[in-house]
Design a protein around this ligand. Structure first.
Ligand code: IMP
Length: 453
């Protein structure tokens, strides 16, 4: 495989002849299911090898838990997991929606724990999540009742709605007081009308919102800048980039289980639009998938086990949402879905996480196809109704009783566990590049380093 994008040949400038081309290895790390696959650990693990870790979509609906070698646990929501790598510059691209309060709290909390995030760079074009977005998110969900999406309630959807409607406030507006006040006045008139007249809810106060937001903005003002130029120049210097996805491909607003999705694109392609690099810069896509499946919120989930098996997976895997604390729905590995996300995101290698949670099952099931309306299919249908009607076709695989927890080499894995992994690779049509056997950074089997692929 070609390693990277070829940039301007700088040896030509220096010596007047052609030489070794400059390279910018850039990888994208994305969730290949419905989120919570363990992107935080994987990004953190690879973070030591990269110069830039870039977030490009979502907001503080994401939650990454990272445990460092000294046993410290960090929950990150807006900052990329690379924040914990002392050598990486962390970047938030234009595709991310930013709550000024949350980012300020995160910067302050990391600082309090001795983590220096002064290298953080945030795109001036990123859009803001404002207090009225949270209010709208919550009342909309209440209003929808049994048809609710099950959002995180953080105002993500309403913030993206404003972006697309071209009435949103961007980070750069905060540093032009009059422009900010004018935009806020207009957008608040609109949303307060909706809050009061449509939802019978309390309006959001203009002056309080203005003052509080401006005060918060001072904290991150020096970090706001031109991210596309920053990344282009990094590429010119041949530095490594890691693009860190949020949520999972099946929550993608276009390619996911719509309408039970988030409001941004989670597929790997979004890394380019959400940060301002060209698509050819992205040379390797690492798809993170659990060895089983989980989902938070409402929507179709063909292999869900709302029974003792699901509860066992949930308890062993400590499956509670990082953001909302809600118990996650759990089920068997769905090879049909992951094969689909391998295609929509162009995944080159899988990082398989939480294999140890399957220890001790006599037998395991893997979904290899669906029954739909009397027929059999090997893909997730596009239709909303059909997605809810598919019934999984399972293949049964013998389980293992020895522990895989903490394994750091293939030789430490029970033979059946290796067979399970190999079968997943076959069904999904993609090799496992990395296997994670506990939340600890070191408990990992690295088959192929994406930066050397
Ligand atoms: P929203 O992103 O808060 O609008 O929520 C929309 C859907 O995406 C809901 O089903 C959420 O539970 C789900 N969701 C959003 N962010 C995450 C995440 O980071 N992990 C898992 N599910 C998520």
């Amino acid at each position: 495989m070609v390693v990277s994008l070829t940039y301007r040949d700088r040896t030509e400038d220096v010596r007047g002849g052609r030489g070794e081309a400059e390279k910018m290895p850039a990888i994208v790390v994305i969730g290949a299911q419905w989120g919570d696959e363990g992107k935080g650990k994987v990004t953190d693990l690879l973070g030591g090898r990269v110069d830039y870790v870039v977030r490009y979509s979502g907001g503080n609906n994401a939650g990454h838990t990272v445990i460092t070698p000294d046993g410290q646990k960090y929950a990150l929501h807006l900052l990329p997991s690379g924040a914990l790598s002392p050598t990486a510059t962390i970047v938030i691209g234009n595709g991310v929606v930013i709550d000024p309060k949350v980012i300020t709290e995160e910067i302050t909390e990391l600082g309090r724990r001795g983590i220096d995030v002064s290298s953080l760079r945030i795109s001036a074009n990123a859009h803001l999540i404002m207090p009225y977005h949270g209010a709208l998110d919550k009342v909309t969900e209440r209003y929808l009742g049994s048809s609710r999406i099950g959002t995180t309630g953080r105002g993500i959807g309403p913030a993206y709605e404003d972006k697309v409607a071209r009435r949103a406030i961007r980070l750069q507006d905060l540093f032009h007081r009059e422009r900010f006040a004018a935009k806020l006045g207009e957008v608040l008139d609109y949303h307060n009308f909706v809050l009061k007249q449509y939802f019978n809810a309390r309006p959001v106060d203009f002056q309080k919102t203005l003052d509080q937001t401006l005060a918060l903005a001072e904290r991150f003002r020096p970090m706001v800048g031109d991210v596309p130029r920053l990344l282009f120049e990094a590429g010119e210097r041949g530095e490594n980039l890691l693009f860190e996805g949020a949520q999972g491909t099946l929550l993608d607003v276009d390619h996911g289980t719509y309408p039970y999705v988030t409001s941004s694109n989670c597929v790997a392609g979004a890394a380019a639009a959400g940060s301002g690099v060209g698509p050819q810069a992205l040379h390797y896509v690492l798809g993170i998938t659990k060895a089983y499946t989980t989902r938070v919120g409402e929507g179709p989930f063909p292999t869900e086990q709302d029974n003792p098996v699901g509860r066992r997976l949930g308890e062993r895997g400590r499956e509670f949402g990082t953001v909302t604390g809600r118990p996650r729905r759990c089920g068997w590995f769905d090879a049909v879905l992951v094969r689909q996300t391998v295609r929509t995101s162009g995944i080159n290698g899988l990082a398989l996480t939480k294999l140890d949670i399957l220890d001790g099952f006599d037998e395991l099931k893997v979904c290899v196809g669906y029954r739909l309306d009397g027929g059999e299919i090997d893909y997730l249908p596009a239709g909303e109704g059909a997605q809810g009607r598919v019934a999984p076709i399972y293949e049964t695989i013998e389980g293992w009783h020895d522990s895989t927890a903490g394994a750091r080499s293939w030789a430490e894995l029970p033979a059946q566990a290796v067979k399970y992994v190999r079968r997943i690779e076959e069904l999904v049509g993609c090799p496992v590049a990395l296997l994670s056997t506990s939340p600890e950074r070191e408990d990992t089997i690295l088959v192929q380093n994406p930066f050397e692929a």
